[in-house]
Design a protein around this ligand. Structure first.
Ligand SMILES: Cc1cc2nc3c(=O)[nH]c(=O)nc-3n(C[C@H](O)[C@H](O)[C@H](O)COP(=O)(O)OP(=O)(O)OC[C@H]3O[C@@H](n4cnc5c(N)ncnc54)[C@H](O)[C@@H]3O)c2cc1C
Length: 491
């Protein structure tokens, strides 16, 4: 069966839901958004802020990633399969990057993406999404006091991304999250007639006539798009879908028997992420339950004087998970808290590669942490880990915690820290950059600054994949900023 529409959006995650709503406002054209997961509205689990704990094959794509190149894939690289995407189970930290990040994008060739260019889109998000400060658990307060003891100011990070300590702004209203699905699309029954959302529908291939994208093969049949096909499957599956459809590094495609439509060497390369490692302390008392999510407090440091913005961001965790988010080797089995600094603008680049030509097979994800040629990521993280350990010696943290459990006092030299970090490094789940936009003359660039696939017609990428470089903070607000602008570029 073939259906026809004007705009076909593949992937109904953080970005897709924003694009669907804004396209529907801007045009009377027929829009279909295809999402593999279920509706987040009919499924009560989707409104639970702790969905990650209830992760099942129904809700998650079940990817594994290698942290260091050559290492076995053992890190649970969770990606949500549900309308609203990863914003269904993320920690709701909602921070807009400092202007230097977007200005850097523009300097890398993404014309039209400077901070001044993006300000109207940030303002639109503020009008649509409720952002409020996390509640303050006593242990989070202790972490904030520890930062103050170390001379940092207490900061409201809704106002500025500057060195300091404070509470995470959350895209939530009380205990109800404000994913882009909830904030932009709910209630689904009231959507305009020209916007159709097909949940539980899997996109397996983009279809072309010559170099023009004309639709996609889906589990509900072929969908033709008269005006545009928009990819918003996230930074892992957007490049995967491009590659199985014949767009990517030609040699890799041929190895899998895929006919090459366009040789785009940058597809699936330049995988960016925020790498971190924790210091874990045993608490003197069991940690009382938190109200909204287990990451309430954060800290931003600027360790390098010449850095344009803070270069380290912390997550202070009210628990140490044994399955998701923490490295399996970190299980401690006693009440504990942890502080995990991450390299804010990490420079290492990983890859997403095909395991086969079938979109249903999981891709091969190599995060390739600490591979940047100058060793910036590792050197900065070691400095941050030393600072983190010192936080444990403050009055505030000593009254909360009895002992450092990980890495423990035997880790002291740079070499000790390196081997600890390499052993337990973990992700903040911010994959991005795998179809980077920029100057079309750069062979590694995949999308032009108008988000079109280089050298093709009718095909756009509009999700975390297009980041030209990593942003300083948690990326969801930036993904939504990309999506807000995308709607203007696509119509
Ligand atoms: C555990 C976790 C915690 C996080 N915490 C935070 C946080 O606190 N703050 C923050 O800013 N960021 C956080 N993030 C990151 C943030 O949520 C993501 O970066 C953001 O949601 C990415 O948006 P996206 O639209 O690019 O992709 P996604 O939100 O992943 O959306 C992609 C969508 O495409 C669908 N899809 C994929 N393939 C297909 C296909 N073949 N056919 C049909 N549909 C398909 C998926 O099911 C999904 O719904 C977290 C992420 C995770 C996983």
């Amino acid at each position: 069966m073939t259906q026809t529409c004007d705009y076909l959006i593949l992937g109904g995650g953080s970005a897709g839901c924003v694009i669907a709503r804004r396209l529907a406002e801007k045009t009377q054209g027929h829009i279909i958004m295809v999402e593999a997961g279920k509706s987040d509205e009919v499924d009560p689990a989707a409104n639970d802020l702790f969905l990650l704990d209830d992760q099942t094959a129904d809700y998650d794509w079940g990817f594994l990633a290698s942290t260091l190149s050559g290492r076995a894939p053992e890190l649970n690289y969770s990606r949500q399969k549900l309308l609203g995407g990863c914003a269904n189970h993320n920690d709701c930290a909602f921070l807009f990057p400092p202007s230097s990040d977007f200005d850097h994008w523009a300097s890398l060739g993404a014309k039209g993406w400077s901070a001044a260019d993006l300000a109207p889109y940030v303002a639109r998000i503020h009008k649509t999404v409720n952002v409020e400060l996390a509640p303050t658990h006593p242990a989070s307060r202790a972490f904030i006091e520890a930062g103050r003891e170390r001379g940092l100011p207490e900061v409201d990070f809704r106002d500025a991304i500057v060195p300091g300590v404070g509470l995470f702004p959350l895209n939530a209203r009380g205990r109800r999250r404000q994913s882009s699905s909830i904030a932009y699309l709910h209630p689904l029954s009231a959507l305009p007639k020209h916007l159709e959302i097909w949940t539980e529908t899997f996109a397996s291939k983009i279809l072309f006539e010559g170099r023009r994208a004309i639709g996609a093969a889906t589990s509900r049949g072929t969908v033709r798009a008269n005006r545009a096909v928009v990819l918003a499957c996230g930074a892992i599956q957007t490049p995967q879908l491009l590659m199985v459809s014949g767009l990517g590094p030609a040699a890799d495609l041929r190895n899998h028997g895929i006919p090459v439509i366009a040789d785009l060497p940058g597809v699936g390369r330049h995988l960016l992420d925020h790498v971190s490692a924790p210091v874990v302390w045993a608490t003197r008392e069991p940690v009382a339950p938190w109200q909204v999510c287990p990451f309430e407090a954060t800290m931003l440091l600027k360790l390098e004087d010449e850095a344009p913005a803070p270069d380290i961001l912390f997550h202070f965790g009210l628990r140490v998970r044994e399955k998701y988010g923490d490295h399996p080797r970190l299980a401690v089995g006693v009440p504990a808290v942890k502080a995990s600094p991450n390299v804010a603008r990490a420079r290492s680049e990983g890859t997403v590669r095909l395991a086969s030509s079938d979109m249903r097979d999981k891709p091969v994800i190599d995060l390739n942490y600490f591979s940047d040629p100058d060793g910036y990521d590792l050197a900065l993280l070691i400095r941050a880990m030393r600072f983190t350990r010192e936080l444990g010696h403050t009055r505030a943290m000593r009254s909360l915690c009895s002992a450092e459990l990980r890495p423990g006092p035997e880790v002291a030299s740079d070499a000790d820290w390196q081997s600890y970090i390499e052993d337990v490094c973990e992700t903040v789940y911010h994959p991005s950059g795998t179809c980077r936009m920029g100057d079309p003359a750069d062979p590694k660039v995949v999308c032009t600054p108008d988000l079109k696939l280089k050298g093709l017609d009718g095909l756009y990428v509009a999700d975390a994949s297009v980041f030209p470089s990593m942003v300083t903070v948690n990326i969801n607000a930036t993904v939504m900023t990309v999506a807000e602008k995308a709607a203007d570029l696509i119509v």
